[in-house]
Design a protein around this ligand. Sequence first.
Ligand SMILES: N[C@@H](CCC(=O)N[C@@H](CS)C(=O)NCC(=O)O)C(=O)O
Length: 282
Amino acid sequence: MLPTLELVYWPIRGRAYPVLLLLKAARVPFTYTEIPYDDEAHFAAKARGDIDPDEWPFSALPVLKVKGDEGEAVLAETGAILRYLERVVEEELAVDHVKQLNALDQARVDMLASAADFNSSALYHFAASPTWLEGDERADLERERILPFLRSLEHQLAQADPVRDAALRPRELKGGGVLFGAAACSIAYTLSMVCDLFPLSLAHPLAAASADVRGTLAERFPACAAVLRDVEGSPGFAEWVASGERKARWSNRRAFTPDKTRAAAERWDGRRGEGEKEERAR
Ligand SMILES: N[C@@H](CCC(=O)N[C@@H](CS)C(=O)NCC(=O)O)C(=O)O
């Protein structure tokens, strides 16, 4: 039997997003407990050592509270939560069980997940700067962080590799859902955030707000776009988005809101942005 699952998080997408991708696509029942975010109170409690380590193992969210035949635990760290869910959902619900990967193949799949997680964390760190979406800072973010990541991921994914491709593909589940593994969810999560940050230059068709988007992810990094399309195109995930329950914000950071990222994209990547870019390049 599947364990009882409770995901605890703040009212943002943040690092709960890849976990929600997995759970929603799989149509696995769980409770979502939302905690109001109070920046000052949280960091003051953390500095005092007043955060209960049994409830918040590493003083951060998300945590997944698990109760099942194997016991009870509060799990922190998105990567660990995703790998746990991939394994337990596969064991309990998969229609056809896949053979466990050998150590080297597993490491090649984990490499993709770790790279995606590392790059998503880097984006939150960039967002600590109140001017991260302005001019040179934004251009550096794109040139030094985002495009190298996309090029590397595209290079990995575009190579023929049946074992890795099978690990990224959805597995059919009893109950009508599909299981995307930890790597697919981490990749889709990071790409989804990147597309929201660069909606006019990288937006994927699912997220594009306007028909005149230039140079979509699908055109520039087709193998990356395919993973994102598969995960976000799964019926369980799409229903969740349609329900309106998906949070709008990626982050608690004041400089990382949907209106600010959109305004920056229009300023720097829109028609007017072209002129400003040219001016700066002179
Ligand atoms: N490595 C952790 C990072 C968790 C994390 O930093 N969560 C943020 C929210 S997205 C947080 O709790 N920030 C407040 C803090 O670090 O005290 C993970 O992957 O889950």
